[in-house]
Ligand binder design. Structure first.
Ligand code: PLP
Length: 461
């Protein structure tokens, strides 16, 4: 590094507006110095003080192939030397872009037709909202504009995607959600079920609530439903049994499109290439980002299904060109990076590792945590998992938020060299390691996390 650690920390504190950071505590130094990240290899990152940390959250569940893969850096560099940029407006393309798009259409579940590119999951979901409106305008149903998402769903932070996000702290003081977005109940049996209600009964009730909402709003006003196959930021919660089948029956009945937000679940995390495959979803539109490039460069995509695309193409003579796009849509470096990353995902069968090592991870997580008196639920699928801490297991009561139990356990893990994320909705410790993680590394992750939980449990006693 050319600057010393002190200079970097001071410069950063003066000038960076950090996302999801308590601004005053950071500005006054109460939360300490920023962590200066200098390198990464496999499932570990390194900071400027030389500390190695196991990254059991793969950045923000995105570095699926692990850090420091030379072949991806080389693909990025090769493309940068050959052609760093050209746009994809008015039918311009590159070999990497054509290859990636062909590959995504073939890989993706359901009958997909075309791929539109952005730079983040948020902007891809913004595109999805516009596609829903466009599609319904073009087929003569201009009233069908509302989009239903779930409480505790996470779809991003921009204006429409932030509105789709179903957690109020992403809305407060920011004038969200926008009126066209409606929320329905979270698919979480542990907190949402009535006493004695089975998962199947709970799923049927959630589907009925969705139908009631559609009927209340008027089916002619509802255009789409968006959901993550597995709730991510809202608590890493796999759907209850029968959930997606029951929800899709309602959507089909009322001519409502399904947008599968596969930003986290796409490209292997659940143990299948897509969460939609795992849960029998038949989406009309699919959102991908994160794992598409393993975050080596920013790239996202809205994958457009045949049904939606056909309406768009048929209207083209009448309405002219598709007037949506970004300077960086289909950026050649992003496309080259994604192709190199997907080569690794396929060659190393990372969905297979997520399934097999994931089963071991899920079992070890339960072994280590399920019996702890402060644990309410251990849950997950593939290589995404969570432990939810509660004050009283029998009565299912949460800890007082002021105790910050989840954040303290995450900090105790961090002090032991393990990054596991305190999820924002409750006292939840989340795990989503790179998909290249081994059994030995799973043992280290679970062991360190359990030690951290025991430390905080002793403090609470
Ligand atoms: N959708 C899901 C399911 C996500 O988890 C995220 C980010 O975590 C997003 C969308 C937004 O992606 P981005 O942060 O790249 O805008």
């Amino acid at each position: 590094m050319s600057l010393d650690i002190r200079d970097i920390a001071d410069m950063d504190r003066r000038s960076v507006l950090h996302p999801f950071t308590q601004l005053k505590d950071f500005a006054t130094g109460k939360t300490g110095d920023p962590t200066i990240v200098t390198g990464g290899k496999g499932i570990r990152i390194q900071d400027a003080k030389g500390n190695q940390l196991i990254d059991a959250f793969a950045g923000l569940y995105c570095v699926n192939i692990g850090y420091g893969r030379d072949e991806v850096a080389e693909a990025i560099s090769r493309q940068a030397y050959q052609l760093a940029y050209y746009h994809s407006y008015a039918a311009h393309t590159t070999e990497e872009l054509a290859r990636l798009s062909d590959r995504l259409v073939r890989m993706a579940p359901g009958k997909m037709s075309k791929v539109f590119y952005g730079m983040s999951g948020s902007d891809a979901n913004e595109t999805q909202a516009k596609l829903v409106w466009y599609y319904n305008n073009l087929r003569g149903k201009p009233g069908k504009k509302k989009i239903i998402s779930r409480e505790r769903g996470y779809h991003g932070c921009s204006v429409m995607s932030g509105s789709m996000t179903g957690m109020s702290f992403y809305h407060d003081h920011m004038d969200l959600p926008m009126g066209l977005i409606k929320h329905t109940g979270a698919p979480h049996h542990y907190w949402g079920a009535e006493p004695g209600e089975t998962e199947l009964q709970f799923s049927a009730r959630r589907a009925q609530e969705l139908e009631d909402l559609i009927l209340r709003e008027g089916p002619d006003t509802v255009g789409a439903f968006i959901g993550e196959p597995v709730l991510g930021t809202g608590g890493i919660t796999p759907p209850p049994e029968g959930y997606w089948a029951a929800i899709q029956a309602v959507l089909r009945k009322h001519d409502v499109l399904l947008i599968a937000d596969e930003v986290v679940t796409g490209f292997g995390r659940t143990g299948a290439m897509f969460g939609s495959i795992q849960y029998g979803m038949e989406p009309d539109l699919i959102t991908v980002a994160k794992g598409l490039t393993s975050a080596y460069v920013p790239l996202s995509a809205a994958i457009v299904g045949e049904k939606v695309y056909q309406v768009m193409e048929e209207a083209a003579d009448r309405i002219g060109s598709f007037s949506h796009g970004y300077t960086y849509s289909g950026h050649p470096i992003g496309a080259a990076c994604a192709n190199a990353v997907l080569d690794i995902v396929e060659r190393e069968d990372l969905p297979g590792n997520a399934r097999i090592t994931g089963e071991y991870f899920q079992a070890e997580l339960r072994k280590a945590f399920a019996q702890m008196p402060i644990v309410g639920e251990v849950r997950g699928v593939g290589l995404m998992g969570a432990v939810e801490f509660v004050a009283d297991r029998e009565k299912k009561t949460r800890f007082d938020a002021g105790l910050k139990v989840g954040a303290r356990i995450s900090a105790a893990a961090r002090a032991r060299g393990l990054i596991a994320r305190a999820m924002p909705h409750g006292d939840i410790l989340g795990f989503a390691p790179p998909l290249v993680v081994t059994r030995e590394e799973v043992d280290q992750i679970v062991g360190l996390a359990a030690e951290a939980a025991r430390e905080v449990m002793d403090e609470l006693a």
